[in-house]
Each structure stands twice: as structure tokens, then as C-alpha cells.
Design a protein around this ligand. Structure first.
Ligand SMILES: [Zn+2]
Ligand SMILES: [Zn+2]
Length: 334
């Protein structure tokens, strides 16, 4: 049976027909499977939402207790059967709780990877390649020019700057979910043991990570810190706070921004970022194409992002490839 008959893109999202469920639907549906907590994937209002326990905890923290009619937690590796479709979740390596959805029906296996990356991240379980017939991939950084550098090297650049400009407060723009906690963990990996200060908007999700067992060391609210303590300190804030009044009360702030997009020099310039840090939670070109080889799929479906180059790459490697052009995904936290 052609898999496209039991799983296919629809205006309401990627639909698994025999199970009556949508994966990361952009609007409210009866039955949703959520790959991870970023707002473009985890929307409120579903009658029933299935996800990993950590993703459900993240949704509860961000959207409030009534974010779905009913919820169902499925741990990594645990298998269930819905309408004749076998379903399990395996780690995607993107952020805490992020999962690929492994679906089996009519003798075929389809893996919907959500957002993912292959480099080590101390704040989440590593991506697990699962052999399949059809691999559904994102393409946020789906161009050969995207090659993310070693994240620890980027963190060392931040630490070198903080040592060199010891009187300046280093303010790093980070997305509240994933990037913030990963950057703190990377700083600890690099041996930095001083306090890391947080903008208030980053506190709740950072507390959630710590509650889920991710060690982040001494993390303090910046609002409580004496000005003198902030000289040479590292302060994390939402990217939008870098340019606004909030940062002016910090001692001689030096602005940094941690994002895969910092690879594009023009973007850093536009945002007035003095120290761009190329740290991404999405696979770069090399990771994307290596993953296609690892899972051995004969067919690649590209959900969102820059699909043309990937579709071309797949075709030249003898794979069938298809751009789904799903709408509604804005890569929060890239
Ligand atoms: Zn994401
Ligand atoms: Zn996304």
C-alpha cells in the first residue's frame, strides 16, 4: 500500500488517516501528536494531545493547565496502537522532550522528525536514527552554505570577550525555550562557574529544565543583582530585550545573540549585534543530508524551510523527494 494514502499533508497539517490524528497541527484539532514545545508546533486548543511528558510539562508552563481537553504522555520508546497504526516517540535532539514520531502501518514505516539536530546537547536526549521507508524532515537550514560551527567554540568566544572586556556586561539574546538552557549548560561544560544572570522572561522555563533534572549551576534573576556584580557578567535575555530600554540599566552592555541565523552576517548587522554566536538547535546541511543516509529512507518529505536544495540533493542520490510546503511553522528558537 502506498504510504501517501494513509499519511499525507492536508490544510490542517500532516494527517495520519487510519489513526485520525494530526502531527503538530497549526490549528486546533480533535487528536494531535506534538513533537516538541516550540509555539509553532505546540498550539493550544486540541481536544486530545499526545506528547512526551516533558513536552506536556512545557506546554502546561507556557499555555496554562487547560491547553488541551485531555492529554496523554508517552515516554520515549513506549509503543501504542491507534486505529491500526503503531506509534512511538524517539528523541529528536532538538530541545528537552523533543521527539520524532515513528509510525508503522500496512508494512511501512514513516518517521516524522519534527525539528532536530545531530550535535550533542547537554539539555536533551540525542537524536536517534530510526530506519524507515519515508523520512519527513524539516529544512530550516537546508542550504549547503549552512554549516554550524562547534557550539563549544562559540561559547569560548563569548568567554574570551567577557575576559577581555571585564568591565562590560555581556548580554546574550537567546530564545526562552531550549537555547537559553543549552547556552547555560554549554557555559558550564566550558568550565564557567560564575553565576549566570537571567532576564525575568527566561526564568520559568529554566526552572522547569532544572526540575526535569538538567543541572545548570548558579543561575540568578538579573533584577536582584547589584549593578557592580554585573560588570563582566553574562546576562541572558530574550532577543527582543537587546535593543530596548531594559538593557540600558546594565553596565556598558555588549550585545551578543545566539542563533543559527548568526551565520548570516547581514542579520547580525541588522540587529546591531556586536558578538554573533552561531549556535543552532536545528540540523545544518551536513546533518540533514547525513541523516537521510543514516535512516536509509527511499523517500524524503520536506515539511518547512528551504526545501528546493534538499529535494534536489535527495533526487541526485536516487531518493524520491517531495516538498510538502506545510504552512504555519516559523522556527521559534532556531
Ligand atoms: Zn523547534
Ligand atoms: Zn519548528
Amino acid at each position: 500500500m502506498d504510504a501517501a494514502r494513509w499519511i499525507y499533508p492536508s490544510p490542517r497539517g500532516l494527517y495520519v488517516e487510519p489513526a485520525g490524528l494530526f502531527i503538530d497541527p497549526p490549528g486546533a484539532v480533535d487528536r494531535a501528536v506534538i513533537t516538541h514545545g516550540h509555539s509553532d508546533h505546540a498550539r493550544p486548543g486540541h481536544a486530545h494531545a499526545l506528547a512526551t511528558p516533558a513536552t506536556l510539562a512545557i506546554m502546561r508552563a507556557r499555555l496554562g493547565g487547560g491547553f488541551a481537553g485531555t492529554t496523554q504522555a508517552l515516554a520515549y520508546g513506549e509503543a501504542i496502537r491507534i486505529g491500526g497504526v503503531d506509534l512511538r516517540l524517539v528523541p529528536a535532539g532538538h530541545i528537552l522532550g523533543s521527539a520524532q514520531v515513528v509510525l508503522e502501518h500496512a508494512g511501512q514505516r514513516v518517521v516524522v522528525s519534527g525539528d532536530y539536530k545531530r550535535v550533542a546537547d547537554p539539555t536533551c536526549a540525542p537524536f536517534e536514527p530510526v530506519g524507515c521507508d519515508i523520512f519527513v524532515t524539516e529544512a530550516t537550514f537546508g542550504l549547503p552554505v549552512f554549516r554550524h560551527p562547534d557550539p563549544l567554540g562559540e561559547v569560548r568566544r563569548l568567554l574570551d570577550s567577557a575576559a577581555l572586556f571585564a568591565e562590560r556586561c555581556h548580554v546574550v539574546g537567546v530564545y526562552a525555550l531550549g537555547k537559553c538552557q543549552r547556552l547555560i549548560a554549554l557555559l558550564r561544560q566550558a568550565g564557567y562557574d560564575r553565576p549566570v544572570y537571567l532576564h525575568g522572561a527566561l526564568q520559568a522555563l529554566t526552572d522547569l529544565y532544572v526540575g526535569e533534572g538538567i543541572a545548570l549551576g548558579d543561575v540568578r534573576p538579573v533584577a536582584d543583582a547589584p549593578r557592580g556584580d554585573l560588570m563582566g557578567a553574562i546576562v541572558l535575555a530574550p532577543p527582543s530585550a537587546l535593543a530596548d530600554r531594559w538593557s540600558r540599566r546594565l553596565p556598558d552592555p555588549l550585545s551578543a545573540l545566539a542563533s543559527g541565523w548568526m551565520r548570516v552576517k547581514q542579520r547580525a548587522k541588522q540587529r546591531g549585534v556586536e558578538l554573533p554566536l552561531v549556535i543552532s538547535d536545528h540540523a545544518d546541511w551536513h546533518e540533514l543530508t547525513r541523516t537521510f543516509a543514516d535512516v536509509g529512507a527511499a523517500e524524503i518529505w520536506v515539511t518547512h524551510g528551504r526545501e528546493e536544495a534538499l529535494v534536489h540533493h535527495a533526487a541526485t542520490h536516487g531518493l524520491r523527494a517531495r516538498a510538502l510546503a506545510l504552512v504555519g511553522y516559523e522556527d521559534e528558537g532556531s
